[in-house]
Ligand binder design. Structure first.
Ligand code: G3P
Ligand code: MG
Length: 244
């Protein structure tokens, strides 16, 4: 069974550095995180990059859709200044850049496949190709996670040996059937939709369980007390201190 860490940085360490950036990965590692979650979507020319929204606006101030932006154009886009001036100049990283840095920093990535509508298969396929090229076979991970069952199905076929996680805001009625069909080893559920009974059911079925996005120490302690394995958080330092 997959061994998740107790704490995983969310979008890098989104409460401490701009989300889904190399600075975010460094911040997570500096805070002692050993794993980070980040989101992966495709540019117009199908390069997998770390990004959360369909539109670039919120984190780059550029009004454009990622699906209409070629990778080369991202070189004139910066994804750090919106968060704090000291991060100005931070690029939107390719998945390849992020994996290289994760290796250097000793971080295990949880690669969330985050497809734009209609790109579920293509996003997973392209991300898995990059992982096959860039991530050493002997190293644990990456974990491939997604809300998209179609993306996870591609992962199951294309990279059967990589661990998979089904993400959902609330535990879906058919979670057990879906997790089994996709051969997932882990479920990632919104922390505020979990309760002791649901946690017990998931754990009794043999799955690893992560809760997102949990930034409150009290909530993290409660979830861990119920048996949640991993807290996905924007503030790995705060949560680490709270559960030490
Ligand atoms: O991986 C769990 C979490 O990241 C899912 O939500 O929207 O932050 O990608 P979101
Ligand atoms: Mg995510």
């Amino acid at each position: 069974m997959l061994e998740l860490p107790r704490i995983m940085g969310h979008r890098g360490a989104a409460g401490r550095a701009p989300e889904n950036t190399l600075a975010g990965l460094r911040a997570a590692a500096d805070m002692g995180a050993t794993w980070v979650e980040f989101d992966v979507m495709l540019t117009k020319d199908r390069v997998p990059v770390l990004f959360h929204d369909d539109n670039l606006k919120r984190t780059t101030r550029r009004e454009a859709l990622m699906v209409e932006t070629p990778f080369a154009e991202l070189s004139s886009v910066e994804a750090g200044a919106w968060f704090a001036p000291k991060f100005a100049g931070e690029p939107v990283p390719s998945l390849e850049m992020a994996l290289a840095l994760a290796l250097q920093l000793g971080l295990t990535p949880n690669v969330e496949i985050k497809p734009t509508a209609g790109q579920d298969e293509a996003t997973a396929a392209a991300a898995l190709e990059v992982i096959a090229c860039c991530w050493p076979a002997g190293r644990p991970g990456p974990l491939i996670s997604s809300f998209s069952r179609a993306s996870l199905e591609v992962a199951r076929r294309q990279a059967p040996d990589l661990p998979r996680a089904l993400i959902a805001w609330r535990l879906p009625r058919d979670w057990s059937k879906a997790a089994e069909a996709l051969a997932c080893c882990s479920l990632h559920i919104a922390g505020n939709r979990l309760n002791a009974k649901r946690v017990a059911r998931i754990k009794a079925a043999g799955y690893a369980l992560a809760a997102f996005t949990v930034n409150e120490p009290k909530v993290a302690r409660k979830l861990l007390g119920w048996g949640v394995d991993c807290i996905i958080t924007d503030k790995p330092d705060t949560i680490a201190k709270a559960i030490a």
